[in-house]
Ligand binder design. Structure first.
Ligand SMILES: Cc1cc2nc3c(=O)[nH]c(=O)nc-3n(C[C@H](O)[C@H](O)[C@H](O)COP(=O)(O)OP(=O)(O)OC[C@H]3O[C@@H](n4cnc5c(N)ncnc54)[C@H](O)[C@@H]3O)c2cc1C
Length: 573
């Protein structure tokens, strides 16, 4: 009988332990967890704040008694492993101030990742919290109930920060989010993240990006050009591997002290393994080292390590980083690489806009999908999506396609369930296959939203092929000539042949058709990828606008407000 010792009793650790037991009924499995709970739902914590998850008990996914009875695990809560002694193959554990040693044959580290605390002058002068576990949640809830605070500042606009922001807002607090980067949700690219910023703002949350917190004084958060009052702070500026034990034991670590493991999860020290947020994984697409602290990979790694230690032919394939977050009525999801991770690499981008199900069937809402691919190999590099419904399904399909090695053009071959309440005969994922094929074949030449200003400067001629009613209600790109697509053939004399022509509509479909009309006639024409639906959210300075100041986009269920940037609305009424 072997002694299996696990450090950390939540996602990776408990997945490992239960799978190991299913495969092996004789070895002794002991789990040391420094906190009071094992197998709790970290991911559910933010939703308890607002009461959306209405009982704290529901956060305890599997009770320790059940785990002991059903899986014959020895569970030691409130036991912190303070040292690993690899030479004597034992761990030193502290409980109630008393230290004891436990021997192991195989040791599994699943200690997770810990929140980074901002190093800012005056941080100790304001109540601040992080959210990692149930005691953290209790501190936050107790503070709110005892002090009845009005204003909270969330520092850091990643998944956890934004989920906490939403739930504190729903609880009735005045919420501000402050982020050092120029966007929220950095797994998304800038233009896709703007939908998240808008959704937060539309729900009454103040969002400040590109802001570096300099100091905290008298409950004031001081930035170089801004001061904000807050009763308390939630810090969510990211996490780093909790790997102090490993470092001290001489186990090799890499980026941000993440534990280095091989594809069988073995560390540099024999018989010591590690899984979950504490380890460095290989990015599935680039095969480069990376840290991806997410629940699904942690659970998978735990299970796979149990398989490996029981002789099954399994090895880790790498992590894609598929992730999702709901903010109020919108969902934001991504998989694979984003453009920021592809600097100096050869790639193409396509943006698509389509309904989640047939437009004529009640309740259809829009999905904005971005797909990034290598035009030479047709390898799918990443995808991001925003919308009210169906975003999870589309990103999950593309994540599956990436892991299966499908080429981007092969997305058109995928066959989905279809009836009007559920989807569209040409699903947006199929459309991504069609559009990428057009780009790869050169049937469509695209320009991106961030190239528009430069194109205007260099004298490109913009043609807006939407209906005039759309232009009236949504505005248009500065200087663009509006020729509705169905009038294009009869108004060719208005389009110069000696200039670069940039065509756009709302989603890019009509402008693609316009491109097919103009190119054979000798025009040097390009389709604005993502068209006006993306451009509108990005480059409001170059928008001519002579309608109402805000408008409600029913397909997104979002209100868009025209330029907050002063003086940039020439014809604003
Ligand atoms: C608020 C919140 C929301 C999240 N939401 C999502 C989400 O929606 N989707 C998603 O994919 N991921 C989400 N995550 C991330 C996800 O929870 C983690 O990726 C996952 O739990 C990592 O599993 P792990 O086993 O590596 O670490 P954990 O699950 O964090 O478990 C590590 C455990 O080890 C214990 N430990 C550490 N050191 C010691 C020691 N020396 N001795 C004994 N015990 C020790 C810790 O107390 C901890 O309980 C969220 C995380 C948080 C905090």
């Amino acid at each position: 009988m072997k002694k299996i010792v696990v450090i950390g009793g939540v996602a990776g650790g408990m997945s490992f332990a239960t799978r190991y037991r299913r495969l092996n009924q004789t070895d002794e499995i002991t789990i040391f967890e420094k906190g009071p709970f094992v197998s709790f739902a970290n991911c559910g914590l933010p939703y308890y704040i607002s009461g959306e998850i209405d009982s704290r008990d529901k956060l305890l996914v599997a009770k320790d008694t059940m785990l002991m009875d059903r899986f014959n695990l020895i569970i030691k809560q409130n036991h912190e492993v303070v040292k690993i002694d690899p030479n004597n193959k034992q761990v030193i554990v502290k409980n109630d101030g008393v230290e004891s040693t436990y021997p192991y044959d195989k040791l599994v580290i699943s200690t997770g990742a810990k929140p980074i605390i901002p190093q800012v002058k005056g941080m100790d002068t304001i109540p601040y919290f992080t959210l990692r576990n149930i005691p953290d949640l209790d501190y936050i809830m107790n503070y709110i109930h005892m002090n009845n605070p009005k204003k909270v500042a969330i520092i850091g606009a990643g998944f956890i920060g934004l989920e906490v922001a939403e739930n504190l807002k729903k609880l009735g607090l005045d919420v501000s989010i402050i982020e050092r980067a120029n966007q929220v949700l950095t797994p998304l690219d800038f233009e896709m993240s703007q939908f998240a910023k808008l959704e937060l703002e539309n729900n009454g949350i103040d969002v400040y990006t590109s802001k570096d917190l300099l100091e905290i004084r008298d409950n004031k958060l001081i930035f170089d050009d801004l001061e904000l009052h807050a009763d308390f702070i939630i810090s969510s500026i990211g996490v780093v591997p909790e790997s102090g034990l490993a470092v001290q034991a001489g186990i090799e670590v890499g980026m941000r002290n993440g534990i280095k493991v091989d594809e069988y999860f073995e560390t540099s020290v024999k018989d010591i393994y590690a899984v979950g947020d504490a380890i460095i994984v290989k990015n599935f697409i680039t095969n480069e080292d990376t840290l991806i602290p997410l629940a699904s990979p942690a659970n998978r790694q735990g299970r796979q390590l149990a398989d490996i230690l029981n002789g099954l032919d399994v090895k880790y394939q790498g992590t894609l980083g598929t992730s999702i977050v709901r903010l109020f009525d919108q969902t934001f999801a991504s998989t694979g690489l984003n453009e920021k991770q592809l600097v100096n690499k050869d790639y193409e981008v396509i943006h698509l806009l389509a309904n989640d199900h047939a437009g004529y069937y009640p309740g259809a809402t829009s999905i904005n999908l971005k797909v990034i691919f290598d035009p030479k190999t047709q390898k799918i590099l990443g995808a991001q999506a925003v919308g009210k419904k169906g975003v999870d399904k589309r990103i999950d399909i593309i994540a599956t396609a990436i892991k299966s090695g499908l080429k981007v053009t092969e997305l058109q071959e995928l066959e989905f369930t279809y009836a009007p309440p559920f989807g569209i005969a040409k699903d947006i994922v199929n459309l991504a296959g069609y559009v990428s094929q057009n780009v790869i074949l050169g049937l469509s030449k695209t320009v991106q939203w961030h190239q528009v200003d430069a194109l205007i400067e260099e004298g490109a001629f913009f043609v807006d092929v939407r209906n005039s009613s759309e232009v009236r209600s949504l505005g248009k790109i500065k200087g663009a000539l509006n020729i509705p697509i169905d009038e294009l053939r009869s108004r060719l004399d208005e389009i110069p042949k000696d200039k670069k022509i940039v065509l756009y509509c709302q989603s890019g479909t009509r402008s693609y058709n316009a491109e097919q009309i103009l190119r054979p006639l000798g025009y040097d024409c390009y389709n604005l990828d993502g068209s006006y639906s993306i451009y509108l959210r990005m480059h409001r300075k170059s928008i001519e606008f002579n309608c109402q100041k805000t408008f409600f986009d029913s397909s997104f269920g979002m209100t868009f407000e025209f330029p907050k940037n002063k003086g940039s609305i020439p014809n604003n009424k």
